[in-house]
Design a protein around this ligand. Structure first.
Ligand code: ATP
Length: 326
């Protein structure tokens, strides 16, 4: 009921009477009053006027299940939210629910992670109160070999969500980082459980630096946040809903062909590496090449200095700019 009351307050600029809320949710006036008081304690500014009702004046950067669900406009992606103030890693929790067979589209969100993860055992800096850590649980009916492409689908959705919510143009550093002005603003980590020819579940974790103002020394020169770039605070719950809306749309396009045929041009238009010299870091081997964009299965096509074209698979390699991170 809390999410629904919030949604109603958000959708109306005028007052909503207590009576209307009681009738709509079949509850007493006291029950409505209690929800309103709870919302106020969470930081919402709600005006209550006798004989008129309630009106929402301002929603601060609140992260809660009710806030996120009240903003969600999707059919299935992020429709059900499980929210944690603090957790080890949203990917770990999504995997536990995946094992239990929880439904496609369930979204796990945390205000803080104490063991945030990056690719290949790296860690993701996840302080409280400023960023988005979220993981979506999926049960795609595709071959396991195709699942890594969903990382690229999510990267597009994050870039789109940021653009829609804040107007900021970001780029994608192949395959899974979102960058602004050469610095990383978001990382994505996909994990899955499969049989040989069957996916039990896929989880896609997303960490977005939203309102962080400082970073630890090790990543200070390569990390940035929306607040640093825009000079203003961004509401995290709204951004989560915007990313989910884009993800749902892109996912449907992906599932039609079970590859990136329908998304490839758009992905390439967002690619920071497009037509750039990159350094390909393979295990035990490093070389420079010219990036030509992705193919329809998400590999990066590069031309080596001797003119050979190669398709590189994200699983084993990292790509850097020749002079730095991008
Ligand atoms: P690759 O290019 O192979 O993806 P990566 O360094 O981008 O390499 P990820 O797994 O995507 O690897 O992200 C983990 C890395 O990101 C960490 O090793 C650290 O350098 C950096 N990092 C950790 N936390 C943050 C953060 N909050 N914001 C930006 N960068 C971070």
């Amino acid at each position: 009921m809390k999410s629904e009351i919030l949604r109603l307050l958000k959708e109306n600029d005028t007052y909503i009477s207590g009576q209307q809320l009681c009738e709509q949710f079949h509850v007493s006036r006291t029950a409505v009053w209690k929800v309103i008081e709870q919302l106020k304690r969470e930081g919402y500014q709600i005006e209550a006027v006798r004989n008129k009702g309630y009106r929402l004046i301002d929603s601060p950067d609140v992260m809660s299940r009710a806030e996120i669900e009240s903003l969600m406009k999707t059919a299935w992606a992020g429709k059900n939210v499980i929210y944690y103030d603090e957790i080890d890693s949203t990917n770990n929790r999504a995997k536990e629910y995946g094992e239990k067979g929880s439904p496609h589209g369930m979204l796990f969100v945390a205000d803080k992670q104490v063991a945030g993860k990056g690719r290949r055992g790296r860690s993701w800096e996840s302080p409280a109160g400023s960023s988005i850590y979220m993981t979506i649980l999926l049960h795609p009916e595709i071959l396991p070999t195709k699942a890594p492409q969903l990382t690229l689908v999510m990267a597009m959705a994050v870039a789109d969500g940021i653009q829609k919510m804040t107007g900021l143009e970001t780029k994608i550093k192949w395959p899974n980082d979102i960058v602004v002005n050469g610095k990383k603003i978001c990382g994505i980590l996909t994990e899955m459980s499969t049989e040989i020819d069957y996916i039990n579940y896929v989880v896609i974790g997303v960490g977005v630096n939203v309102n962080q103002e400082t970073f630890p020394a090790e990543i200070q020169s390569t990390a940035t946040s929306l607040k640093i770039e825009l000079g203003e605070t961004v509401r995290r719950s709204g951004l989560i809903a915007a990313v989910m809306a884009s993800f749902e749309q892109y996912y449907e396009v992906f599932m039609k062909t079970e590859d990136l045929s329908g998304l490839r041009d758009r992905y390439n238009s967002m690619l920071v590496n497009l037509d750039q010299e990159v350094k390909v870091l393979e295990p035990g081997h490093e070389y420079e090449a010219h990036a030509l964009g992705i193919n329809r299965t998400g590999e990066l096509i590069v031309r080596t200095p001797d003119g050979e074209e190669k398709e590189i698979y994200a699983g084993e390699v990292s790509v850097r700019g020749v002079y730095g991170y991008v």
